[in-house]
Design a protein around this ligand. Structure first.
Ligand code: KIV
Length: 275
């Protein structure tokens, strides 16, 4: 029996080839049900370490572990068939050495079946990115605001708003591209800087709070659905799921209290007696 799936998944080289072409559509997902919906519209589904904040109510992404990423990566792989699934490497799983990065990334790829991983950091991660790519692990980079470095950055704030800082971010994006990453996320950086990096690097840039001229865009799903209580300025709410969930839960609570639920359609009668 053929081991090929019926539906061919997009690969890192497919996304790499989209530089300057049709915009790459990307969102985060951590569950099978949302992945199933996203799969119809997204080229890339990112299992972001933002799951620590979104699913677990953590203040930052720092406490997220490799096991947490693998569990949700598996769920997203089960729910999707077509999109490239990229799993974030969590803080502490890849920075110590390129060997540590390889062992962690290999575990993620073996245990989830995902098509690529993402690491935060520019120039300082270039050697590691090259090491992973040479060993068959497709890598997405992430520069600008890198949430895992929140304690060093001093807070979640936009980067590169002073032209004096531009060189550092341009160097970072170039280093990631030259190291062989197939794409790079640009997070919360000044619009003209993001546009300039997009022109400058040979790989697709995927913006989040960056620029419409990026080669693609990504948002955290729960932020754009209106489920997250606090969102950064760059988030556009494309839905307001909070009020509809609240209304549904309120209606359920009311029907349970008044014994209107479960009704006749939602219970199992006895089998009819046979003689
Ligand atoms: O963890 C995440 O969701 C991310 C995106 C914000 C790009 O890294």
């Amino acid at each position: 029996m053929s081991a090929q799936a019926d539906q061919k998944r997009l690969t890192a080289p497919d996304i790499r080839a989209r530089k300057g072409g049709e915009p790459i559509v990307s969102l985060t997902s951590y569950h099978a049900h949302t992945a199933r919906i996203l799969d119809q519209y997204c080229d890339v589904i990112l299992v972001g370490d933002s799951l620590g904040m979104v699913m677990h109510g953590l203040e930052t992404t720092i406490p997220v572990t490799l096991d947490m990423m693998i569990l949700q990566g598996l769920a997203v792989m089960r729910g999707s068939k077509r999109a490239l699934v990229v799993v974030d490497m969590p803080f502490g799983s890849y920075e110590a050495s390129k060997e540590q990065a390889f062992m962690s990334a290999a575990r993620v790829m073996k245990e989830t079946g995902c098509g690529a991983i993402k690491v935060e950091g520019g120039k300082r991660m270039a050697e590691t990115i090259a090491f992973l790519v040479e060993r068959g692990i497709p890598v997405m980079g992430h520069v600008g605001l890198t949430p895992q470095a929140i304690n060093a950055l001093g807070g979640f704030r936009a980067q590169g708003r002073d032209p004096a800082d531009w060189e550092q971010f341009e160097t970072d994006a170039r280093a990631v591209a030259d190291a062989g990453a197939f794409s790079v996320v640009l997070e919360a950086i000044a619009e003209p800087l993001a546009a300039r990096i997009t022109k400058d690097v040979a790989i697709p840039t995927i913006g989040i709070g960056a620029s419409p001229s990026c080669d693609g865009q990504i948002l955290v799903l729960e932020d754009m659905l209106g489920l997250s209580p606090r969102v950064p300025k760059f988030v556009k709410r494309f839905g307001e799921l909070g009020p509809s969930i609240r209304a549904a839960v309120e209606a359920y609570a009311g029907e349970v209290k008044t014994r209107r639920f479960p009704g006749p359609d939602h219970i199992y009668p006895m089998k009819p007696k046979t003689k």
